[in-house]
Design a protein around this ligand. Sequence first.
Ligand SMILES: [Zn+2]
Length: 109
Amino acid sequence: MQHTSIYTCPHCGEKTFNPITKAFAGGLHTRGAVCKACGRHCVNGQGSMIFSAVVYILALIAVFYLYFKCNSDWCYAYMIGAVAAAFVVTRLYDAFIGPLTKPIRNDVL
Ligand SMILES: [Zn+2]
């Protein structure tokens, strides 16, 4: 029996993804990335969607907090940094933690 990992295609079971291609495969509502073995689309699953929603909400709170409370010359850099950090953290989650799944959009197979 084939060992399944988070880089395994949910359609054909081949391990056709790596952390980089998986990180940029997109979320449940995107077209996703095409599997090299079967040509069908794969996306990051619901866990990834929930995780990124939480991370972006935290980043938004950080941005608002900095906007109203920050008194340094670097405030805008911190705000950009908070959003950039959220992006990096969500890409890392997709690269190393959440499993791949089939897209739920019905225009891709
Ligand atoms: Zn496949």
